[in-house]
Design a protein around this ligand. Structure first.
Ligand SMILES: Cc1cc2nc3c(=O)[nH]c(=O)nc-3n(C[C@H](O)[C@H](O)[C@H](O)COP(=O)(O)O)c2cc1C
Length: 422
């Protein structure tokens, strides 16, 4: 009989210690972040760690988790525990997915592919980002039959939207996650201070440069005269070199053709559509055979509107505090949204999930599953694929033990009674 992932992982770590081996990646998320930081450039670290404005919402996301206390129950036979949940017709061994995170090459050169392998090894769904560093087809190939979803940013071109969705379906994705909260970039002070945006260097635009609709449209951008450039500086040349290195094919060829530079320009012109409204969702609903989840929902009325527009789920998210500083913490938004949705569609939550206790608390308030964000990027930076695997295993283990120690033998036993407001 299995002792469960929690005790297995503890055993693995402690027995390793007896043989003189410590975990590759620190188990504590704070120490993991510190280890990751040492491997990253100042710009890369700021891009991942940072949030909007004063970063109040990053802090609030954590504080809101900490306002809920777990109330453990005793003597309930928790010798075997079932951490699985059913989500959109798939049984997941643990109630979490890996959030879509763009520009993973900032953390590790294997980027999305390393995360995909780790996610597949642990059976945890990976949500491919629209701003990924690798084309979704390549990332999907690294996952075998393991579950993956695709996160969509709605660009100004509906043809591109349709093309990305069709590619996601062909790549074996089983859901589309439409992110609503990033129609414009938030005011990210750390990135502004470093004057750094990865996309302008050709990073994190692989879904676009691998897309036939986008590449076709590039010809038009190439024909248009380039905007008057400033003085040619060494830094500008270095940026051009970086751009060309990110573009598919040889660096020299893309420098000569001007395609790398054109791709960045075209991306900047088209990547988001602030004019998007609820009426636009019909276009996506008609084209996507897959379930669609709306990510970035924070108001109960928007969750109700999602259902009215035929959506299959909502993700309560404030983008990890990267968009609206001062925005409501997701754990504060969750109860009202769960009530409004009344079980019609699953409600997921991300932003601030750092431990098994956080997963437990979100489920207690009615989340069907949660999204893990920055911690797996720290794992990737600190230890590549193995680092991500350890982060996932640790969260699965931590949740399994929290579940059992709180007196629950399965996720079905976690409910409003399992927590109390501090
Ligand atoms: C570096 C970074 C890049 C991100 N890129 C995307 C993205 O491309 N698409 C998206 O929907 N969300 C993106 N997010 C938001 C995450 O999906 C998720 O909502 C957030 O990371 C949760 O907050 P947490 O990391 O603090 O837990 C990104 C977050 C970070 C930190």
């Amino acid at each position: 009989m299995s002792v469960g992932i929690g005790r297995e992982r503890q055993f693995e770590v402690y027995v390793g210690g007896a043989r003189g081996v410590r975990p590759r990646a620190p188990v504590s998320v704070e120490r993991l972040e510190q280890a990751a930081r040492k491997t990253m450039s100042a710009e890369a670290y700021a891009y991942v760690a940072g949030g909007a404005g004063t970063e109040e919402t990053i802090r609030e996301n954590r504080a809101a988790f900490e306002r809920w206390r777990i109330v453990p129950r005793m003597l309930r036979d928790v010798s075997t525990r079932d951490t699985a949940v059913d989500l959109l017709g798939t049984r997941l061994s643990s109630p979490f997915v890996l959030c879509p995170i763009g520009v993973l090459e900032l953390a590790h050169r294997e980027a999305d592919v390393a995360v995909a392998r780790a996610a597949a090894a642990e059976g945890v769904p990976f949500v491919f980002s629209s701003q990924a560093s690798r084309p979704m087809e390549e990332t999907a190939r690294a996952m075998g039959d393991s579950p993956r979803w695709f996160q969509l940013y709605w660009s100004t071109s509906n043809d591109l939207v349709a093309s990305l969705v069709a590619r996601a379906e062909r790549s074996g994705c089983s859901a589309i996650v439409l992110t609503l909260d990033t129609t414009m970039l938030g005011w990210r002070v750390r990135d502004l201070d470093l004057a750094y945006l990865p996309f302008l260097r050709g990073r994190g635009i692989a879904q676009y440069t691998s897309d036939p609709v986008f590449v076709e449209a590039l010809q038009e951008t190439l024909r248009q005269a380039a905007p008057p450039g400033g003085r040619i500086t060494l830094a500008a040349l270095a940026t051009l070199w970086e751009m060309a290195g990110s573009y598919p094919g040889s660096r020299l060829a893309s420098l000569r053709s001007g395609l790398a530079r054109a791709a960045v320009r075209r991306f900047v012109e088209t990547y988001s559509r602030p004019s998007l409204t609820w009426d636009d969702l019909a276009f996506l609903r008609e084209r996507a055979r897959l379930p669609i989840l709306l990510k970035g929902v924070l108001h109960p009325a928007d969750a109700v509107a999602a259902i009215e527009h035929g959506m299959d789920g909502v993700v309560v998210s404030n983008h990890g505090g990267r968009q609206v500083d001062g925005a409501i913490a997701t754990m504060d938004a969750l109860p009202g949204i769960v009530e409004a949705v009344a079980g019609h569609v699953p409600v997921l939550l991300d932003s601030g999930v750092r431990s098994g206790a956080d997963v437990f608390r979100a489920l207690a308030l009615g989340a069907a599953a949660v999204g893990l964000g920055r911690p797996y990027v720290w794992g990737l930076a600190a230890g590549g694929e193995e680092g991500v695997k350890e982060v996932i295993r640790n969260l699965r283990a931590d949740f399994d033990l929290t579940l059992g120690l709180a007196g629950c033998a399965s996720v079905a036993e976690v409910g409003p009674d399992s927590v109390t407001r501090a």
